[in-house]
Design a protein around this ligand. Structure first.
Ligand code: TXA
Ligand code: MG
Length: 415
């Protein structure tokens, strides 16, 4: 599972290398793309660097971070208390990664899955990463830029999502800039993220194993792995009481919140009527499968806007535009093809309510990809309220559960 960065030297390579040097030599975190959302990274073995992540995000110190690795040897080295990774299994005959995770790692790494591991006693891990817990989250991302950065800096990177605390996670470099400019120096721009919701967090140390956060790997995909057939749902996002205790510590905080009020319509709920909308100056719609138009024929005027636009580049942060190492350019182009959805503007007849309308389409993966971007975009339009059409998350074979989990956290629930 070792590999080499082979692309030729060039501007983009130099940019990545500069970012890697910044991570090694300074305490200022660097924002970088992953396949899920943008991360705000720092050397996970250095307390001063990890503390700077919490400061930049305004994140409560008791909310632990995920540590990112480029390879299994690098993870094993950390688990065995060594600074450098070596080839092969760390100690002959003994793998420090618990066996329960083996089928998951084989199938989903690199990819949008975070596993909870015991924090080793002799670890080089900075204590701030685990926020006082005896465990930590580990993930190997599949974004080529993330892997390249990890490889170039040679340190495991602690990285939460690169949003300001409580805001929706960033799925484009512009989102990071909007939240963190003036607080960090470097954002590596890899275009819009491929998945759009964060990694699935699983705990295989408990029995039965459980899902602490739904994310980019669906529950049915996990259930197909030996030892994971009976994986428990360890998160809670429905409002009806229930005895399930929220297990991911992040859950007790306000989360994924745009400034506007979010009203989520669970599947089957009736969409808001024109009468209700007329009482507002401006509203946003995020439509998915069944709401074919925001308001039928009661509208005039249509203007198409580009949510992420080709708008201004960050002025203060060193923005690395479309960081494309030459040999990787095809791969990156396929990522960048995922464009963020457009917002259309309507004005309501008789009354003049301004409506901003975003259609995320019927495809779950497209909804996941566009969700955070849509929330942020409607916030920028200054709408009073965002009406969101929910999707069916009952069958577990796609990432609808992750989408609805984020929306329920962002919204008042209407069923
Ligand atoms: O996709 C992702 O996971 C992104 C990218 C950047 O990798 N990262 C991310 O990090 O979403 P963050 O900090 O926004 O969310 C980390 C989640 C939180 O819900 C936190 O509570 C949970 O992981 N977590 C971290 N360490 C944990 C631990 N030891 N036990 C239980 N949950 C943990
Ligand atoms: Mg986050």
């Amino acid at each position: 599972d070792e590999w080499e960065i082979k692309y030729e030297e060039g501007k983009d390579y130099e940019s990545l290398q500069r970012a890697a040097e910044e991570l090694v030599n300074t305490d200022t975190p660097v924002a970088f793309p992953t396949e899920t959302v943008y991360g705000l990274g720092a050397d996970a073995t250095r307390s001063s660097a990890v503390k700077a992540i919490f400061a930049a995000k305004g994140r409560p110190a008791d909310n632990p971070l995920i540590v990112h690795f480029h390879s299994l040897p690098q993870l094993r080295a950390l688990l065995s208390g060594r600074r450098e990774s070596v080839d092969g299994i760390a100690e002959a005959g003994h793998d420090p990664i618990p066996e329960i995770y083996r089928p998951l790692i084989e199938r989903f790494w690199p990819g949008p899955l975070t596993i909870i591991l015991p924090a080793p006693a002799n670890s080089t891990l900075a204590p701030e990463v685990t926020a006082g817990l005896t465990t930590f989250g580990a993930r190997m991302p599949r974004s080529i830029l993330a892997l390249s950065l990890l490889r170039l800096c040679g340190r495991p990177l602690a990285a939460p999502s690169a949003n300001a605390s409580t805001r929706p996670s960033p799925t484009a470099a512009e989102h990071v800039f909007d939240d963190l400019h003036g607080r960090i120096h470097t954002i590596i721009d890899g275009g819009p993220c491929e998945v759009g919701v964060e990694s699935t967090v699983v705990d295989g140390l408990s029995s039965p194993p459980s899902i602490l956060r739904p994310g980019g790997i669906a529950v049915e995909q996990l259930r197909q792995c030996p030892g994971w057939e009976n994986v428990a749902i360890g998160y809670k996002d429905k409002q009806e009481g229930g005895t399930n205790k929220p297990r991911a510590p992040g859950m007790k905080y306000r989360h994924y919140s745009p400034k506007a009020e979010v009203v989520l319509f669970e599947v089957g709920a009736e969409k808001p009527g024109v009468g209700e909308i007329r009482t507002r100056k401006s509203v946003g719609f995020i439509r998915t499968r069944n709401w074919t138009t925001a308001l039928g024929h009661d509208v005039h005027g249509t203007k198409t806007m580009h949510p992420n636009g080709s708008t201004s580049n960050p002025a203060q942060a060193t923005h690395i535009p479309e960081c494309t190492p030459p040999r990787l350019s095809n791969l990156l182009r396929s990522v960048i093809q995922h464009q963020v959805p457009h917002a259309h503007q309507y004005t309501l007849k008789d009354g003049g309510t301004v409506v901003w309308d975003i259609d995320l389409g019927a495809d779950t993966e497209g909804v996941a990809r566009g969700l955070f971007s849509a929330l942020r975009e409607l916030d920028k339009k200054g709408v009073e309220v965002i009406y969101v059409e929910g999707i069916d998350d009952t069958n577990g074979d796609d990432i609808a559960a992750a989408v609805m989990n984020r929306l329920r956290k962002a919204a008042e629930i209407r069923t």
